[in-house]
Design a protein around this ligand. Sequence first.
Ligand SMILES: Nc1ncnc2c1ncn2[C@@H]1O[C@H](COP(=O)(O)OP(=O)(O)OP(=O)(O)O)[C@@H](O)[C@H]1O
Ligand SMILES: [Mg+2]
Length: 217
Amino acid sequence: MLINVKNVSHSYDMINFIIKDFNLTIEKGEIIAIIGASGSGKSTLLNIIGGIIEPTKGEVLYDNVNIHKLNKRDAETFKLSKLGYIFQNYNLIPFLNVLDNVLLPVVLLKKSVKEYKDEAIRLLKELHLENKIKSNILELSGGEQQRVAIARALILKPMIILADEPTGNLDKDNTINFMNMLTRLVNERKISVLIVTHDMDVAEYATKVIDLNKYNF
Ligand SMILES: Nc1ncnc2c1ncn2[C@@H]1O[C@H](COP(=O)(O)OP(=O)(O)OP(=O)(O)O)[C@@H](O)[C@H]1O
Ligand SMILES: [Mg+2]
């Protein structure tokens, strides 16, 4: 899948533009890191590319399809099946246990939970959460919640992973484990990764680094 971000500008209030005329292409197999100061627009840009925020101007094309012009149902199906989100605040569901949170995209897409259960458990083991499979989300540490969010993003084998500071709450070992996992997925499945990070060790894994501080927005 080729993603083309064309002349994207965004303002939340139609006065101040947080992003101006931003262009980017993302090819299969690329790991792109977005860095920049707090408030520089990293999450905004990620959410625009992920089809969650409609940009004030410009377009985001996935293989020439404008994600912001899909009807609501097609957009939801596309996002759930093709994009793997890891949000800055995780967005886990507190009244579902760990396993059910990972299986949420499967349920939302009305796919067979039975079919994906083993994969969910495999991912949780890979992320060192084998003892937490049935735990309540609120009983987990921040880093554990982050790893649940990572498993949920990977369950449906997305074409691109959009991750907002996915290692912000992880220790060094879990950060390296996650980045190695991502690199392996990129190599094996030729997926792409767009990752917002403050961590220069994480940016080291990227094939391209975009520093929003260097843009004159
Ligand atoms: N929903 C919103 N409505 C109005 N302003 C917003 C909204 N979301 C973000 N902003 C503003 O847009 C700017 C960019 O925010 P954004 O969250 O994209 O920054 P960021 O680079 O991700 O920062 P951080 O590193 O702190 O997560 C900030 O000034 C923020 O206050
Ligand atoms: Mg942010």
